[in-house]
Write a protein that binds this ligand. Sequence first.
Ligand SMILES: *[C@@H]1O[C@H](CO)[C@@H](O)[C@H](O)[C@H]1NC(C)=O
Ligand SMILES: *[C@@H]1O[C@H](CO)[C@@H](O)[C@H](O)[C@H]1NC(C)=O
Length: 503
Amino acid sequence: MGLQQRNHPPPLLRSRPTYLLPSIVSLSIFSLAALLLYKVDNVILRTKTLAGHNLDPTPWHVFPPKVFDEEARRSIAYKAFQCSYLTCPSTYSLAEQRQQQAFFESSSQVKQCPEVFRWIHHDLEPWTKTRITTTHIAESKNFAAFRVVIVGGRLFVDLYYDCVQSRAMFTIWGLLQLLKKYPGMVPDVDMMFDCMDKPILNRTEHGSLPLPLFRYCTTGDHFDIPFPDWSFWGWPETNLRPWNEEFRDIKQGSRAQSWIQKWPQAYWKGNPDVFSPIRQELLNCNHSTHWGAQIMRQNWMEEAKSGYEQSKLSNQCKHRYKIYAEGYAWSVSLKYILSCGSVTLIISPKYEDFFSRGLFPKKNYWPVSSTDLCPSIKFAVDWGNANPSEAKLLGKRGQNFMESLSMDRIYDYMFHLISEYSKLLDFKPSPPSSAQEVCSDSLLCLADPKSKQFLERSTSSASPTPPCKLQNADGNLFRNWMQQKKKAINDVETMKAQKQPAG
Ligand SMILES: *[C@@H]1O[C@H](CO)[C@@H](O)[C@H](O)[C@H]1NC(C)=O
Ligand SMILES: *[C@@H]1O[C@H](CO)[C@@H](O)[C@H](O)[C@H]1NC(C)=O
């Protein structure tokens, strides 16, 4: 008994190893887990996504930041995190890719690319001698909203700033569909993108170190490289469906009236309140008898409420003349306007997108001077009404031009632009550690229901035919084109001057 008593440690001493230690251990495990959870939670809540989570608007073009439902913020954040990291399946196997390439190489169906593709050489000309180095990429980052790195057919995005509406998501979607269309053929590449409207790399100011930056438009005075804009895959905020669907319906709608049945007037419908002086001025031309023009205001808020019935593009081909006026910079509306087969009256544009450079005045559109706006519109309308068969042909050629830019050709343009650009890189692209891999599934997972619906409609699949064949570079050709365009525009100005008594 005595022995037992002696051997028994005092209660306090006994409880230390048996109760206290596990408590300390479990407490610290619990705190560690809580800390970890807190950290993970923090990371998740700060994950940047293509939908715009945790990104500020571009400082060079500020727009109201996206507002995400605060109540659901946490669940959205977790979803975003999950979408960003957890759902990319492996891409095509190397064997599949080789098979596809061999099939293309044996294919006899290689078509020449449309002439407008030749501009790819012009756009990349600043780097043919210096090539593109990591310094170029690091410097262009200062002007970029995101960076796209493609390695081995996998796409990585490094996000710096938010893009207005769903531009970033639809642009990346387009690239992912390109990878699907030509598996194993898109080379490794490292590209900086800005998604706002105005070109930024002035050729004079950046002459000593031209920077490669992709965006949706450019001018002759900028280095910015034009790339097909997001709306080719759809623009949910304005209810614009993917390009192939819109074109088909607009062309169909344009047939509802014969040329003679169409109103012998010029028509414009859009948003004049986009800091565009020319659109403001256009409002002054709203007089069907005096100026032969009908200028209508598009109210997207109202349209959204009424289910976009009034803004259907296929119902807007009832006039023989359709006006194109630039917005804050270029406008995505050009392709829809040209698709009507009416005479497109283009008000002397400052900006060009990748395809508008292929248009020729008096061949597939009618040039309208911005300095003498209403009389210039009136002159175009009078000319067309006096020369109906020529006017009709001009309209038809504009429509044919847009028809030749099917989605297949849009992908081909992207393919050749990226391929030519990648040839200039003097380093091996690899994704930065901050980049996330994006694939079709992870992007769809992130999209809101409406965007998702639009994205799914523009899904691509492996192409049965190879890309069109890109022509070789020819600097003289551009100079000739520019001269011919200038001459055609001057011809129209002369015609106008002769009809109008001087003074
Ligand atoms: C480019 O920069 C030069 C020099 O600062 C300026 O004179 C010119 O107007 C700029 N061009 C454009 C298109 O902004
Ligand atoms: C242009 O005139 C028409 C007819 O007078 C009118 O219905 C329309 O609202 C006017 N457009 C604008 C932008 O004021």
